[in-house]
Design a protein around this ligand. Sequence first.
Ligand code: PLP
Length: 454
Amino acid sequence: NLSMDKLTPVQLAELDRKHFLHPTTNPKAHAENGPKAMFSEGKGIYVSEMEGVPYIDGVSMLWNVNIGHGNQEIAEVAKEQMSKLAYSSSFNGFSNEPAVRLAEKLATLAPGNLNSVFFTSGGSESNDTAFKLARFYWELNRKPLKRKIIALGNSYHGVTIAAQTATSIPNFHSFTNSKIKEVFHAKPHLTECERGDKNHPDYEGCIRDIVEKEGADTIAAVIMEPVQGAGGVHIPPEGYMAAVRKLCDDFNILLIADEVITGFGRTGTMFGSENWEAIPDLLCFAKGVTSGYAQLGGVMLSQNVRDTIVEYEEVLSHGFTYSGHATSCAVALKNIEIIERENLVANAKNMEVKLKAGLEYLSEKHKIVTKPRAIGLLSAIDLYQDPANNVPFEEGVMAAAKVWEACFERKLIARPIRFAKGMNTIALAPPLIINNQQIEDVVGILDDAISEFS
Ligand code: PLP
């Protein structure tokens, strides 16, 4: 019977250990050791534990806190909306003002004629929704056999069963072997192959090859992240997404952009697709739309897809209780206002230069650091035992985990990525409000952490 205000950090940790099953966490270690950190406050790019020294949040938590922590304007708007009408249903034609205003705002922000939105509560739900809308679109176009989905290697699309199937990261893809049928994985980022170079040594298994083998008449959509995030921060070569767009046009396939990370300024453009001059038919978003201040996601539909769907005369049997959540939508509107007012998209683009220079410095200084890369404030380095000769660290070395731990001890939260043999990636994706000095702090800590490891 411990009341909320009397709990010490030790008591909280004990309750956590017993009662809270954590996502993407080792359950046995957690049940034994309790939480790694218990955050209680955030301000700007920093988060703190109770009475603790602040950490720099170098990955915006889960790549989502784009405007930074502790924003009081957002808190005010949430309070105001909750006091007035926290929530109302969007089913059966019911509506509310923040949802309508946000739908209109998104239509003005999104590239091309992505003019309408289906709201969800997050990224996985958005991708599942996009798959269903793609299949529905083809059903309405009297092509019910067009059902297959092509996703890319190294992709992360979430954990609901369809999104999990589309995800390529092995542990997520295979968890409990829960998968839908009819999803194929293509080798990513082979621009020449997607343009049709059949003599290319990697042609087999590219998107075009899968389309030809399966038959375009059976394929509903290709889904891709404009920049791959959780799969290792892979920036596609110039021309790749445009080549996939053209391929989809040529074969009558819908293109779904998973902008769950890349949306709302992360890559130095409002949406990641804008970097590549490729406009998807369906655009999935979540995370940055509210900067994590409330749960919200959605799928934007091109005019063509929407026009087809609005001809349907029965009930669209899809929707989430929190589709169009009034408070989440009010928070999103304020969040977008802040992104625009504070020029955070431009700041992400400007800070890319500084961050990339910092990562390049690390790769020059440390023999084990390679492939410094950044687009906007989405960035990474790889750790190799001997990059010059392409020799990765052996399995047991755990280079990324150790560098991550050394950063954490020095009060920087980075993100280790490791799911393939020899893979040791450290990702950084700080809030879009970060400044020059703070980037220097981030790079300085990472520098020390790598020195300790190597
Ligand atoms: N898609 C991408 C590209 C993501 O990075 C994520 C989450 O990291 C998701 C989808 C899943 O989003 P959520 O965790 O909100 O379901």
